[in-house]
Design a protein around this ligand. Structure first.
Ligand code: 5AD
Ligand code: SF4
Length: 470
């Protein structure tokens, strides 16, 4: 896979192009035999979840309604992820399963989009091996879905389009998953080329939205009654790169904080770009929640170097210290990979000792998964699956113990919980996130969903907190 750093162009989608898409949406709406219902199946990260909100928004604009499940929909679209092999296999497995559903519902159209389609060779593979897929497009041309779908519905056949451009499309319709909380993308793509990661290849180079566009979107969400905004980007800390206005992430946060939206969160941050100014902006804010997702990936300097992370264990621990001294009790979470090529037992033990030392409130742990075209995939010293499995189990055991120990610090303290839904274990309890980003369960009913409820934490149960209303 080649590195596309130099041969891509960045631009805003022109008003003419956007008008063309609006026109296509109107034409589909007017088609007598268009699909009536849709289902978007999402894999992967928050960026994908938000792309799915845009897909749903566009489909609703075309006059479709959301089906109760994927079996009964006329149009099913899979928004895929390719960061790890298992996400990719799951998506392809489910696409294949739909082939059977189509035998019962010949009207069914099947679409596949997202990161997986941006992988080199994938579009050809879909055409050949998945003949029942009607429509495929990638992340770069998501905004062109109306035109592509119109072509499919009018002309039949199959429509597959992959583009390689670093563009920003403003003002696409969005169907939000939640009324009380919203995602706002502030930057797209990634320039970091961590050696194991496929994201820079499938999401393109970093590009930031204009600050005014972001503020306008946030204002309109605030008018709609949104209580919490999650700012999204692969590396939010480098927001502003390439903008003429000289905007920075801390300044964006300060402007949003001044607007008075109740809760502001963001992800993801790269430790090497976590500036003192960002910590200052957080510490001096009223609405930025005291939580931070800071992926460490490994506790070993040699592995971090092999991963091209561009910080050392000591640098990372220094950032954690700075965060904790400015924002005491900050909720801290991370991502960790075990079994990167060449990782020795001693180096893995350094990851264990880092987890022990930091004491994360939660961690996403992954077994390294080779991605074709990335630098790590070609490295010597690939780790045997049974060794990687053993390492991840030991890592999870340490993390879970540290998490239980660390969460005790919240017992007896007050939190504000934004209720997300009924608890999975009981229908007289609800759960949501407190300000520190930790899941909290309390007694409640459906009418609490979307409300911010003040509570006192009473205990730690599994990996969540229990609480009672104040
Ligand atoms: N194998 C395993 N985990 C990976 N991640 C990214 N690429 C890979 C890979 N090839 C993990 C990293 C990243 C998170 C989103 O996914 O930990 O922070
Ligand atoms: Fe992937 Fe590294 Fe970019 Fe994160 S910062 S998206 S891990 S390349």
């Amino acid at each position: 896979m080649q590195d596309h750093r130099t041969d891509r162009k960045t631009a805003h989608i022109t008003p003419e192009e956007m008008a063309k898409q609006r026109q296509a949406m109107a034409e589909i709406r007017a088609l007598a035999d268009r699909p009536q219902t849709f289902c978007v199946v999402t894999y992967g990260c928050q960026m994908n979840a938000h792309d799915s909100e845009v897909i749903a928004g566009m489909l609703m604009e075309m006059g479709m309604t959301e089906a109760p499940d994927r079996e009964s929909a006329d149009f099913v679209i899979f928004n895929t992820c390719c960061v790890r092999d298992n996400a990719e296999r799951k998506a392809l497995g489910n696409v294949t399963w739909l082939k059977e559903v189509r035998k019962r519902n010949p009207r069914l159209r099947i679409g596949v989009c997202g990161c997986m389609i941006q992988e080199p060779g994938m579009a050809e593979r879909i055409l050949k091996q998945y003949p029942f897929v009607d429509l495929a497009f990638g992340t770069a041309n998501l905004y062109r879905m109306p035109e592509l779908l119109l072509r499919l519905l009018r002309d039949g056949g199959r429509v597959v389009e992959v583009a390689e451009e670093d563009t920003i499309a403003e003002e696409l319709p969005v169907q939000r998953l939640r009324r009380d909380a919203a995602y706002v993308t502030i930057m797209y793509g990634c320039n970091n080329f961590c050696s194991y990661c496929i994201v820079p290849y499938v999401r393109g180079r970093e590009r930031s939205r204009e600050m005014d566009d972001i503020l306008r979107e946030a204002e309109s969400l605030q008018r709609d009654g949104v209580k919490e905004i999650m700012l999204l980007g692969q590396n939010v800390n480098s927001y502003g790169l390439g903008l003429e206005s000289g905007a920075t992430f801390p300044n964006l946060l300060r402007r949003l904080d001044a607007m008075g939206i109740e809760r502001l969160r963001f992800m993801t941050s790269h430790p090497k770009d976590l500036s003192d100014d960002l910590i200052d902006a957080m510490a001096g804010s009223r609405h930025i929640l005291p939580q931070f997702h800071l992926p460490v990936q490994s506790g070993s300097d040699e592995v971090l170097r092999a991963m091209n992370r561009r910080y050392t264990r000591a640098d990372y621990l220094g950032r954690v210290k700075a965060l904790r001294s400015a924002i005491p009790d900050i909720g801290l979470t991370t991502d960790i990979i075990v079994g990167h090529p060449g990782e020795t037992e001693e180096q893995f033990l350094e990851t264990l000792s880092l987890v022990e030392e930091v004491g994360y409130d939660s961690a996403f742990t992954f077994i390294y998964s080779p991605r074709v075209g990335t630098r790590s995939a070609a490295m010597p010293g690939q780790i045997a699956p049974e060794v990687a499995t053993d390492r991840i189990q030991r890592l999870i055991a340490v993390q879970e113990r540290r998490q239980r120990e660390r969460l005790q610090r919240f017992v007896g303290t007050e939190e504000q919980v934004l209720v997300e839904g009924l608890s999975r274990r009981s229908d007289t309890a609800v759960s949501g996130k407190g300000g520190h980003g930790i899941s909290i369960t309390l007694a409640g009913t459906e009418k609490d969903i979307g409300e911010i409820i003040p509570v006192r934490v009473t205990g730690v149960k599994n990996n969540t907190l229990t609480a009672e209303r104040l």
